[in-house]
Design a protein around this ligand. Structure first.
Ligand code: COA
Length: 260
């Protein structure tokens, strides 16, 4: 499919989705959010995509936030809808995909950009990355899940400070906070993400989808994560992947998972 603001490319079981508005530092306007929804949905439904990597085009920015020019004159009702629709179409959507999503943070990840990276299942950053939620400097708060996911990832006190100061942290600080899993020079960022993706892709995608569901359950109100784990664990016993994985182990060979 042809998009105006993003590029989606598949290679050896990995789909790389690149936000491609470098002149606007890949800011998320409405059309980009809609296109991202379509591209993530297509990649998640594609049986040959085992892992999705999301990144920004150019060397300067992952995503410098929601497109401020689009919402500067919104009223209360429009602002509320903007956050609700964005969360539903993109941020909650990504977090709940059964296909693993890695954010390759290649520069500024601010506001909606950091929120997008946090909706991914984990993050890898280039050493020039700068991360922050600067919304209060614009008179607004994070609206794409930032007030919820940042404390989950870095702890309440650090999230409070980052959000209140509207400041940016560098890649090493983000590593120290546990906000990103690895920091690497920019040229090596995608190769490292692809290396991790390849390692993931050797495992059962069905079991990985179940693990994502169980881990996410820990962060959902009113849901008992241990119960979800028991259920998902049990369901695995009915899959062909489980049969292949355990048989391959007992036969001392590498598993060749059918993905069912
Ligand atoms: N929304 C809309 N446009 C944005 C944007 C955003 N979030 N972030 C950057 N841009 C645009 C700039 O307006 C500029 O466009 P122009 O060339 O047509 O004027 C272009 O991207 C380049 O940005 P610029 O500010 O010139 O680059 P810089 O290197 O001087 O500064 C930043 C980089 C990231 C520090 C700065 O762009 C910035 O603070 N962006 C907004 C970050 C933010 O508040 N995000 C949260 C939004 S809720």
């Amino acid at each position: 499919m042809k998009y105006n603001n993003i590029i989606s490319e598949k290679n050896k079981g990995i789909t790389i989705i690149t936000i491609n508005r470098p002149k606007k530092l890949n800011a998320l306007n409405r059309e980009t959010i809609e296109e991202l929804h379509l591209a993530f949905d297509a990649a998640n439904k594609d049986k040959n995509t085992k892992v999705i990597i999301v990144t920004g085009s150019g060397e300067k920015a992952f995503v410098a936030g929601a497109d401020i020019s689009e919402f500067a004159d919104y009223d209360v009702s429009e602002g509320t809808k903007l956050a609700a629709k964005g969360q539903e179409l993109l941020f909650d959507f990504i977090e709940n995909l059964s296909t693993p999503v890695i954010a390759a943070v290649n520069g500024f990840a601010l506001g909606g950009g950091l929120e997008l990276a946090m909706a991914a299942h984990f993050r890898v950053a280039s050493d020039n990355a700068k991360l922050g939620l600067p919304e209060v400097s614009l008179g607004v708060i994070p609206g794409y899940g930032g007030t919820q996911r940042l404390p989950q990832l870095v702890g309440k006190g650090r999230a409070m400070e980052m959000i209140m100061t509207a400041g940016m942290i560098d890649a090493n600080q983000a590593l120290n906070y546990g906000l990103v899993n690895h920091v690497i020079i920019q040229d090596e960022l995608l190769p490292l993400c692809e290396k991790i993706a390849t390692k993931i892709a050797r495992n059962s995608i069905v079991a990985i989808g179940a693990a994502i569901k169980a881990i996410n359950a820990n962060f959902k109100d009113g849901v008992n994560g241990f119960n979800v784990e028991v259920q998902e664990f049990g369901n695995c016993f009915g899959t062909e992947d489980f049969e292949e994985g355990t048989t391959a182990f007992l036969e001392k060979r590498k598993a060749d998972f059918p993905g069912r």
